[in-house]
Design a binder for this molecule. Structure first.
Ligand code: HEM
Ligand code: HEM
Length: 326
């Protein structure tokens, strides 16, 4: 064998050793998460579900702020269908028997989970119906929505609006599905699949809030509506700060709780083993993620949504919801 052949063989051997090493490393970190899934389900179908949910949220957010009124109405119809989709998911979830016979309670407060789920699903249904009613109004207007990407002095621009509504849809989706995930018994095959969807969307929400904070530095946020009373302005301002805090704190506490407990996190089909040593600290982070922050969400998000609806429907201020969507 001449020296050039010998050199070529050495290169091939080195390359195959590197490929073997990389694929072994990847296979320990990116195990097929659907391995226990019963036959008949597509491999990684849970990742496809997560992707479909994220794409739908971004699509609705884009359509809702489209220049053409008919396209905006299509966005509202899709948003209503998503509310009904959540109701349909709940009906399917009821048939699994998990809600009637959940995993053993960790604290007595866990007994409230079925009632919380029912309340949220009734609200989703009511939201879907209300959105369908607004479609009728939207179809009556023929005016184009002229928006720039950057924020203006009195209203949000297209970029902030798309970021707000994509985040809002995903964040709201995470609450009932997160509660249901926490009720699934350890031995149910779909527990991992639910965790994949929840954790993947949780990481995406974290990325979205980081992008939003960066965007806010580049494009100044509009000042709060002049139509608000001073006390309402203070409350709205505090609520906005707390919402940003929640959008950062939930993914962080979720990740720390999972990792300190010794469980993997997922970003679609990529399994990330915890890089933190297993420790009882998971109890503290779990206390935040599962209990404290969840109730803070109800108070802060509840006030935010009711406040903006009151501003629009009761006070009838032109620039209420219209500052963020039209
Ligand atoms: C159906 C649900 C929601 C409605 C109707 C709604 C409505 C609005 C409206 C009208 C504004 C503009 C406020 C103003 O300046 O006058 C706003 C801002 C904001 N919303 Fe929502 N929102 C919803 C859900 C959410 C969710 C789920 C979150 C986050 C978890 C959120 C976070 C925020 C934040 C942080 C702002 C301030 C934006 C900024 O100035 O950067 N919203 N929302
Ligand atoms: C904005 C993002 C997130 C929101 C709004 C959210 C919300 C929730 C909610 C409401 C629950 C139900 C808690 C209960 O009632 O017991 C939950 C459970 C859970 N979350 Fe999150 N979460 C987010 C991100 C994450 C992330 C990034 C992870 C991990 C990487 C995570 C891991 C978990 C786990 C493992 C549970 C179930 C705990 C159990 O089995 O008891 N979450 N989440």
């Amino acid at each position: 064998m001449n020296p050039s052949h010998q050199h070529a063989l050495k290169v091939v051997a080195k390359t195959s050793a590197t490929i073997a090493l990389v694929s072994t490393t990847l296979s320990t970190h990116a195990e097929p998460v659907s391995q226990l899934t019963p036959a008949g389900w597509l491999p990684h179908f849970e990742s496809m579900i997560a992707l479909a949910i994220v794409v739908t949220a971004a699509l609705i957010a884009t359509l809702l702020n489209h220049p053409q009124p008919k396209t905006r109405a299509a966005g509202t119809v899709l948003a209503a269908l998503s509310c009904f989709g959540l109701v349909a998911w709940f009906v399917a979830a009821l048939s699994t028997g998990v809600i009637a016979e959940p995993k053993a309670f960790q604290v007595p407060m866990d007994g409230a989970k079925p009632a919380l789920l029912w309340i949220q699903i009734v609200l989703a249904f009511a939201g879907g119906v209300a959105l369908l009613f607004t479609v009728k109004q939207q179809l009556k207007t023929s005016s184009e929505l002229k928006l720039s990407h950057a924020n203006e002095a009195e209203r949000y621009g297209r970029t902030s609006r798309i970021l707000h509504w994509t985040t809002a849809i995903l964040f709201i989706f995470m609450i009932p599905t997160g509660i249901f995930s926490s009720m699934i018994p350890e031995d149910a095959w779909f527990r991992t699949e639910y965790n994949v969807v929840h954790k993947t969307i949780g990481f995406i929400l974290f990325a979205l809030v980081v992008v939003r904070l960066i965007w806010n530095r580049r494009s100044k946020r509009p000042r709060l509506s002049k139509a608000l009373k001073p006390s309402e302005r203070t409350l709205a301002h505090i609520a906005h700060i707390m919402l940003y805090g929640l959008m950062l704190a939930l993914p962080i506490t979720g990740y720390l709780m999972t990792s300190f407990h010794g469980y993997s996190s997922y970003f679609f089909f990529i399994e990330m083993e915890p890089f933190l040593p297993e420790s009882k600290a998971y109890i503290v982070w779990g206390l935040f993620h599962k209990y404290l922050l969840q109730y803070v969400i109800y108070i802060v998000l509840g006030s935010h949504i009711l406040g903006s609806l009151k501003h629009h429907f009761v006070d009838k201020h032109k620039d209420a919801l219209g500052r963020m969507v039209s």
